[in-house]
Design a protein around this ligand. Structure first.
Ligand SMILES: Nc1ncnc2c1ncn2[C@@H]1O[C@H](COP(=O)(O)OP(=O)(O)OP(=O)(O)O)[C@@H](O)[C@H]1O
Ligand SMILES: [Mg+2]
Length: 253
């Protein structure tokens, strides 16, 4: 991605506090308030998140940085309704998921949130096409419509020639692109990506990051991306650092 493109993308949304975008956008697609998470380690309690607040607006591209162990994965897993925090509120498109039952949380997870892990977590015995079509089928889309959408996404990610390959028959970068397509399959409101390029060499890392960025932009999907790579974090509209259990806005210049 050229610097100009990145800067233009960033300036579309001026940096703001974790609770507000300077662009005056409407309702956040994802809102966290007072998120608290601690872990028990022997007789010690490790407080990882000590009251995190964050609003993510439609189409917002948010970078999340912080040293290893600062709580990036803990935050994303709670935000993605994969785990329960110990306290605080998580609101997805106006729906308070912190008080919702498991059935409701599963529904929100399926339709509103896409998750990309550091390791692709694709189903090994299924093709790229079937891996991406899977969440669409689970959401009740007819088979052909699901395959059409999956094919379109994979083609947009440059994988038109890999539709029928299984994960083991693809490179790491290709596998990660399939995982990105899968996360976007049901047209979620927000994609949460936990070091999506952390397992790739630098050149592939940038290419895959750019694919994620461009596809989210094209589909109008917001993203929160945890990364250790400052050069990649720079591409995002806003960047926050996790420090001592709290989020701080960062200006990476
Ligand atoms: N299930 C668990 N039980 C106990 N401690 C945990 C558990 N999960 C995470 N932790 C601890 O919580 C802290 C935050 O972990 P987390 O995985 O959220 O950090 P991170 O910022 O994602 O780190 P990295 O950059 O290495 O992925 C770490 O010190 C970790 O050891
Ligand atoms: Mg992590």
């Amino acid at each position: 991605m050229s610097d100009t493109v990145a800067r233009r993308a960033r300036s579309a949304r001026a940096p703001a506090t974790a609770q507000g975008s300077a662009s005056g956008d409407p309702t956040p697609v994802l809102s966290m308030r007072g998120l608290v998470r601690s872990y028990q380690s022997g007789d010690r309690t490790l407080e990882v998140l000590k009251g995190v607040d964050l609003d993510v607006y439609p189409g917002d591209m948010v970078g999340l940085i912080g040293p290893s162990g600062s709580g990036k994965s803990s935050l994303l897993h709670a935000a993605g309704l994969l785990e329960h925090p110990d306290g605080g509120q998580i609101v997805v498109e106006g729906r308070d998921c912190s008080v919702a039952g498991e059935r409701e949380r599963t529904k929100v997870r399926l339709h509103k949130i896409g998750f990309v892990y550091q390791f692709h977590h694709l189903l090994p015995e299924f093709t790229a096409l079937d891996n991406v079509a899977m969440p669409l089928r689970i959401a009740g889309k007819p088979r052909m419509a699901a395959r059409d959408r999956a094919k379109t996404l994979l083609e947009q990610l440059g994988l038109g020639e890999r539709l029928h390959h299984q994960p083991a028959q693809m490179s790491g970068g290709e596998q990660q692109r399939v995982a990105i397509a899968r996360a976007l399959a049901n047209s979620p409101k927000v994609v949460l990506a936990d070091e999506p390029t952390g397992n790739l060499d630098p050149a592939t890392s940038e290419a895959v990051f750019k694919s994620l960025f461009d596809l989210c932009r094209r589909e109008g999907v917001a993203a929160v991306v945890a990364t250790h790579n400052m050069e990649l974090a720079r591409f995002m509209d806003r960047v926050f650092g996790l420090r001592d259990g709290h989020l701080e806005a960062r200006d990476l210049g």
